[in-house]
Design a protein around this ligand. Structure first.
Ligand SMILES: CSC[C@H]1O[C@@H](n2cnc3c(O)ncnc32)[C@H](O)[C@@H]1O
Ligand SMILES: [Zn+2]
Length: 433
């Protein structure tokens, strides 16, 4: 018998098709699955556990669709640089020294940040992915994980990376009670020779997995692609058959209108990494145009080394306001749409729209609670507006994944925060800089 829990007297922001907000609402779940969404019932005697949320906001957990959690170990190590210099001179030399221990503690630091700021599902692309998967499993989080493959190496090393990615998929896809799923991830068109990308696509087909790749992040990348292959990145990846698989693109900053049409026709998903794109001076993605064409644009943080935190509430607010400013259009990315980017479209981005992204019966009980008894949530007449424009990650008091609390009343239940902070500092000190 599965445990039956009901959260009562909440302001339920469902993020469903009707953008329904239920005052004095309740959400019941059995095991990991939501079984009731509606007004708080008079009779809750059928539930094993009844938690009175006293008017707090109850939302679907946020979904972070692009990042590199191990890189939190490099937070603040290299700021104020453009992407290529940041990668080549700063990140890659330190990452070359990373062992699985570095990735383990970098991952745990990230998991703490995400749990504390209301992310319940994240996408990750990195190396030493067994450590990431083990930490996700132990923490109770949900993740779509990929062994990132950079092809700027010998053919032998490329094949070893591909072998590693396939083994990782065999070991971890649909594990941790389905909380861990996998994708195949060529790092980017400028770091992977075409033949390597084709091989990865072939493996993704064999394993029936989606593709996750960085694309068109900088102007330099687009120019380099034209110089090397005679076409821009979208046509290049289309020619290599990438978009014949379900695909999640990270960034997609530099796109023409025609390229947006191509991505829309293939139902390609996009992760918008607004803070990282601004900090690395990469540019501003044409999000309103993509959304207008029906592209599912979700939110990603990228890593703490280019962000410099994993608090998705910052992406949520910035996505809602930045595009208004740059397009001189106050209705660009309205609050409801921004919230969908952090929830519903995130579920599309991880290819699990039927299970995640909104509070609806039959979906997973991935839920977060925000303390509504704070000045910045009042007057209390427009909860969605408050969540998008006034809230911040520190408002999150409870985080529930698959029906299990991973944070309750601000206390982490699955991760030893003090130990993680100690180990992360120790691992960083061991790196040669
Ligand atoms: C081995 S896959 C992960 C690889 O990606 C690098 N990375 C981190 N952030 C970005 C970004 O914004 N664009 C491109 N590549 C990025 C990271 O340093 C890892 O080497
Ligand atoms: Zn990235």
């Amino acid at each position: 018998m599965q445990k039956k829990t009901i959260l009562t007297h909440a302001t339920v922001i469902t993020a469903n098709d009707q953008n329904e907000v239920i005052q004095d609402g309740a959400v019941g779940y059995e095991g990991s699955v939501i079984t009731y969404v509606g007004p708080t019932p008079e009779d809750v005697s059928g539930y094993d556990e009844v938690i009175d949320l006293k008017g707090d906001y109850l939302l679907p957990g946020l979904i972070n669709t692009h990042g590199h959690v191990g890189m939190s170990l490099l937070r603040g190590y290299a700021d104020d640089l453009p992407l290529q210099q940041w990668l080549e001179d700063k990140m890659w030399p330190l990452e070359a020294q990373f062992t699985s221990e570095h990735v383990k503690w970098g991952t745990y630091i990230s998991l703490i940040e995400m749990i504390r700021t209301g992310t319940t599902t994240f996408v990750d692309m990195y190396d030493h992915m067994d450590e990431v998967a083990k930490a996700v499993d132990a923490s109770g989080m949900r993740a779509r994980l990929c062994r990132g493959m950079i092809g700027l190496c010998s053919e032998e090393e490329r094949q070893a990376k591909l072998h590693d990615a396939v083994a990782f998929a065999h070991d971890w896809h649909n594990q941790a009670n389905g909380r861990i799923t996998v994708m195949m991830a060529p790092h980017a068109p400028y770091t992977c020779p075409p033949s390597f990308i084709s091989q990865i696509v072939e493996k993704a087909e064999e394993l029936d997995l989606p593709i996750h790749i960085h694309m068109s992040e900088t102007e330099w990348e687009v120019g380099q692609n034209v110089q090397d292959y005679g076409v821009r990145p979208v046509a290049h990846l289309e020619n290599l058959g990438v978009f014949n698989r379900p695909t999640l693109l990270a960034h997609a900053v530099h796109l023409t209108d025609e390229e947006i049409d191509v991505l829309a026709n293939y139902h390609v998903k996009v992760s918008h990494n607004v803070v990282s794109n601004l900090k690395l001076a990469s540019g501003v993605a044409p999000v309103p145009k993509m959304l207008a064409k029906g592209i599912r644009v979700s939110l990603g943080t990228d890593s703490s080394a280019s962000n410099n935190n994993l608090n998705l509430f910052e992406e949520l607010k910035l996505a809602a306001i930045l595009h208004k400013g740059v397009n001189h259009d106050p209705v660009a990315v309205p609050a409801e749409e921004a919230l969908r980017m952090a929830t519903r479209y995130g579920a599309d981005g991880v290819f699990q729209p039927e299970a995640l992204g909104s509070i609806e019966t039959g979906k997973q009980a991935d839920l977060i609670v925000l303390n509504s008894r704070q000045a910045h949530f009042h007057p209390a007449h427009n909860p969605v507006s408050h969540v998008v424009y006034a809230a911040n990650g520190r408002d999150v008091t409870d985080t529930i994944v698959a029906g299990t609390f991973v944070m309750r009343k601000g206390e982490l239940l699955t991760v030893d925060e003090e130990r993680v902070i100690f180990e992360a500092n120790r691992m960083f000190q061991m790196l040669k800089r």
